[in-house]
Write a protein that binds this ligand. Structure first.
Ligand code: CP
Length: 315
């Protein structure tokens, strides 16, 4: 009997990717290993030949949308890009009717971003049996492919064994779907120590931080860490008054070269983008030798190839 093709979905593989909260470590590792294969320049040009995929974004995006498009093209898929601002949603068509309309054209993969928590899961639940839905970010809830590409970036810098790693997540965790997916992934992959730092008003009290060492003192939290994951201050999702001023936020929680010196000498700095330069991160750190920000972007293509192939490759 032939060995299964790398990246081919297992018979019991899930139909959709909604979050990382329920992804077993073995599946996560398999996706990361396949993504590493793609990151090294290998391709699978025929994997999705004849399959049509639509990027269905109801919120803005640069990195996620374009890297999903590129990933799908590199797997040989036909790619449709849905632009909410010029679509019939402006006439009141619902997201579900939109998905069903495009599904009726024969599209079998949907990459969906939506501002509401749970909206992508609801679309997945209503999709046809042969349709795969990938969450490209819903509200504050989850951004699973960002979590996976962050793990790939960590693996490339620090190796596949996370048990000795100290990882610090800094900033606006409360409004961050990226942080939630990163924390699920770090726990699943056995990160040795997960620290979280931010102002009390921007740290959730809903169980998101279970098992993390939580602090409001960035200088102390940085001591000896192997990786610093900075978060964007999400002013568009924030109620007034949570942050006094951007200057105060930068003074207390901005990552500067001087502060970064408290981390391990070979620590890496990550940020999912887009960055608020001069607020949560300085230009010198964002563009400095320890920054992996652009590596994260590149890894996004590889991770999204692995995810699309795993969900749609055998259909
Ligand atoms: N990291 C991220 O989701 O970026 P975009 O909003 O540009 O897709």
């Amino acid at each position: 009997m032939n060995a299964p093709r790398p990246g081919a979905p297992a018979a019991d593989a899930p139909q959709h990717l909604i979050g990382l909260h329920d992804m077993p470590a073995a599946r996560m590792t398999a996706l990361l290993e396949r993504a590493q294969y793609f990151a090294e320049g290998h391709d699978a040009r025929q994997a999705l030949a004849g399959i049509a995929i639509c990027t269905l974004f109801f919120e803005p995006s640069t990195r996620t949308r374009l890297s999903f498009q590129l990933a799908a093209q590199r797997l040989g898929a036909d790619v449709l890009n849905f632009d909410a601002s010029t679509s019939s949603t402006s006439k009141g068509e619902t997201a579900l009717d939109t998905l069903r309309t495009i599904e009726a054209m024969g599209v079998r993969g949907f990459v969906v971003r939506h501002k509401e928590d749970g909206a992508v899961a609801a679309l997945a639940a209503a999709a046809a049996p042969g349709t795969a839905v990938v969450n490209a970010g819903d509200g504050r809830s989850a951004h699973p492919t960002q979590g996976l590409l962050d793990m790939l970036t960590l693996r490339q810098a620090k190796g596949p064994d996370f048990s000795g790693l100290k990882v610090l997540v800094v900033g606006d965790v409360k409004h961050s779907r990226v942080a939630r997916s990163d924390l699920h992934a770090l726990r699943a992959l056995g990160a040795g120590e997960i620290r979280v730092c931010g102002p009390r008003a921007l740290l959730p009290d809903d169980g998101t931080l279970a098992g993390c060492a939580v602090s409001g003192d960035l200088d102390a939290a940085l001591a000896g860490v192997d990786a610093v994951m900075m978060l964007r201050l999400q002013r568009e999702r924030m109620e007034d008054g949570l942050v006094d001023s951007l200057e105060d936020y930068h003074r207390d929680y901005g990552l500067t070269v001087a502060r970064l010196a408290r981390a391990a000498p070979d620590a890496i700095v990550m940020h999912p983008g887009p960055m608020n330069r001069g607020v949560e991160i300085t230009d010198e750190v964002a563009d400095g030798p320890q920054s992996r920000v652009l590596r994260q972007v590149g890894n996004g293509v590889a991770v999204r190839m692995a995810v699309l192939e795993a969900l749609l490759g055998a259909r």
